[in-house]
Design a protein around this ligand. Structure first.
Ligand code: PMT
Length: 397
């Protein structure tokens, strides 16, 4: 898995001669696995065509804050939520000043204000402009706000001047964006995550299961790996590829998933139960296919062992994070579940909705501990995965 796989990057292209390098930056980001959307400022459009950026990014280029059609399909608020990071390259003195002052003067600046994702700025301008006290002052302001600045290079400039102000190399810019997603918050920690759907056989042909795709658990695994953890995945039925850096243990039934979790839990620091585990299995599944008889058929269901509850009951237990898949009395049911199972936190999602929860690429959750709750509004499971892991680190590590 590449360093920017599953990452959505907005590239802001501003008025600078270096804008001609923007398609190469798009390519370099894509080479590292990113999906890229470009916002081209009015000044940027003086130096590079929308078409070049559309062709390389394979996405419509965004440029106008007041475009009614664009606002309908993906408005500035949606773009802000969509992005995992915003990169401005090349960043002009004007855009740097606008960002420093928090202006919502155009689409790029509005999206920046509407987003909580990391912002990376790669300035490019004439050396005299770059060294101007106002520009340097603005860059200091941005650095103090934890905005990542990719310093320009020193060399011969388009205007003939020699000095600091040339846009950094595209490859270096893309790699610095990639490195922003790597952290060491879980370095040295072991995390075991269950994910996917269990399958309970009725006969060799039919089974009892649910709609879990494994996407939420996979996003959590990616986030843990980015944070430096050693990740073990106990996997039920899924329809997706998993991070190759994780150790995978395949299971089918709830009983098998229970057994594999218990065999592997001893040295884990964190346990995240994201799998949709069947609460019941079939008593005595048939060895041969059940024949159609035209009569009613009664199946006896037996309760399965509760994996999360059993891990929480261990004498030396890891930090235990459960999920609650609810369709009604959401908060009440989730809090009761957290108490009943004895976990340190529970993450509630409303699985009655078609646009999130099971199978969808997006989710919306409320994170509960005994004395804290935080709603994480609808966003990609990848982005939520990172937010959840950040919160787990904040609360428990
Ligand atoms: O996989 P996706 O398509 O991305 O969908 C994600 C998801 C909706 C499956 C996920 O976000 C989610 O909610 N997972 C938990 C599903 C579930 O079984 O919820 P529950 O409320 O029935 O169970 C509560 C908790 O107990 C869960 O952490 C579950 O893993 C655990 N459990 C349940 C039964 C059991 N026998 N053993 C368990 O460990």
């Amino acid at each position: 898995m590449k360093i920017l796989t599953n990452k959505r990057i907005i590239l802001g292209v501003c008025g600078s001669i270096a804008a001609y390098k923007a398609p190469d930056i798009v390519r370099r980001l894509q080479d590292l696995g990113a999906e890229v959307r470009v916002i081209l400022t009015q000044s940027g459009a003086q130096f590079i065509t929308e078409l070049s950026l559309q062709v390389t990014s394979k996405n419509k280029v965004h440029h106008n804050l007041w475009d009614k059609e664009a606002e309908l399909s993906m408005g500035h608020i949606e773009m802000g939520k969509w992005a995992d990071a915003i990169l401005i390259a090349p960043a002009s003195a004007n855009t740097i000043a606008n960002v420093a002052e928090g202006r919502a003067c155009d689409l790029l600046n509005s999206v920046i204000l509407a987003s909580d994702c990391p912002l990376i700025i790669a300035p490019a301008m004439n050396q005299q402009m770059y060294s101007a006290a106002a520009v340097q002052g603005n860059l200091t302001t941005l650095t103090l706000r934890n905005i990542h600045i990719i310093k320009p290079e020193i060399g011969v400039q388009a205007c003939g001047d020699i000095g600091e102000g040339r846009l950094a190399e595209s490859k270096e810019i893309a790699e610095q964006v990639g490195r922003l997603f790597q952290n060491t918050e879980l370095s040295g920690k072991k995390v075991l995550i269950t994910l996917g759907a269990t399958i309970e056989a009725i006969d060799p042909v039919r089974y009892l299961s649910n709609h879990s795709s494994g996407k939420m658990g996979s996003a959590l695994a990616d986030a843990c790996i980015e944070a430096g953890a050693q990740v073990t995945l106990v996997v039920g039925n899924i329809g997706i590829d998993l991070n190759q850096k994780a150790r995978k243990i395949s299971t089918v039934s709830a009983q098998e998933m229970h057994q594999k979790v218990m065999e592997n839990i001893a040295d884990q620091d964190i346990f995240i139960a994201c799998a949709a585990v069947s609460d019941y299995s079939i008593k005595n599944p048939e060895k041969n296919k059940i024949k159609k008889s035209g009569k009613n058929l009664t199946l006896t269901l037996l309760p399965t062992k509760d994996i999360l509850k059993d891990v929480c009951a261990l004498s030396t237990k890891p930090i235990c994070i459960g999920f609650a898949a609810e369709t009604q009395n959401l908060t009440e049911n989730a809090i009761n579940k957290m108490k009943y199972k004895g976990c340190d936190a529970i993450i509630m999602n409303d699985v009655s909705r078609d646009d999130l929860g099971f199978k969808s690429d997006e989710n919306e959750v409320i994170f509960f501990t005994k004395n804290f709750q935080l709603k994480m509004i609808k966003n990609s499971k990848q982005k939520l995965g990172r937010k959840i892991i950040k919160l787990v680190v904040e609360k428990f590590i």
